[in-house]
Design a protein around this ligand. Structure first.
Ligand code: ITT
Length: 192
């Protein structure tokens, strides 16, 4: 089965392909010839995931899914959340985002946080949502070179390594995205 993943983030594409293995043929936007930024102006992760999937479905007419992910920090009332990509600037400046997060949490003892992923699927014109959450804590400085985005600052619960200190497989086994995409894959297995 072929399904389009509506993302411009190459790291997400790698992670999702690793999770689904050979069970599905995940087609990238580049393979569909789509290079523009997909609008994400909704106030929730679910809304953005749906709007990205709808945009690609309207463009291609193909079954597709999208992922919207946010880092939700308890002491910041769930921020940066849906604004995680544009936390520090209008663009996707990971280094500035991480700096701002550390600044906002400076001197804060409660470092509890979670990553949350909403996956929206459009299959035969019907819409479905899946969620994956991992609880953890924000580090006081960056650790590790792997992963992407906020990974060097996130210790998943019960671990002493950040996501950026783990292999892709280790991250996927417990991550927000791994969890949401395994739900998606199970659902698709039942449908085909
Ligand atoms: P698409 O919308 O094209 O899928 P994106 O990079 O814009 O890609 P999001 O809006 O979902 O994706 O990302 C929100 C922010 O959270 C962004 O700064 C990412 O770097 C970060 N992020 C997303 N998933 C992450 C993960 O698994 N680990 C660390 N940071 C992550």
């Amino acid at each position: 089965m072929k399904i389009v993943f509506a993302t411009n983030n190459a790291h997400k594409l790698d992670e999702v392909r690793q999770v689904v293995g050979n069970s599905f043929d995940i087609v990238s936007l580049r393979e569909c010839g789509i290079t523009e930024d997909i609008p994400e102006n909704e106030p929730t992760l679910e809304g953005n995931a749906l709007s990205k999937a709808r945009y690609i479905y309207a463009r291609t007419g193909l079954d597709c899914f999208a992922d919207d992910t946010g880092l939700e920090v308890d002491a910041l009332g769930g921020e940066p959340g849906v604004r995680s990509a544009r936390y520090a600037t209008d663009g996707h400046d990971d280094e500035a985002n991480k700096r701002l997060l550390l600044e906002r949490l400076s001197g804060t003892e409660n470092r509890a946080a979670q990553f949350r992923t909403a996956v929206a699927l459009i299959l035969d014109g019907e819409e479905y949502l899946f969620e994956g959450i991992v609880r953890g804590a924000i580090a006081t400085e960056q650790h590790g070179e792997g992963g992407f985005g906020y990974d060097p600052l996130f210790y998943p619960e019960g671990g002493d390594r950040t996501f950026a200190q783990m292999s892709g497989e280790e991250k996927n086994a417990i991550s927000h995205r791994g969890r949401a995409v395994r739900k998606l894959a199970e659902f698709l297995q039942e449908k085909i």
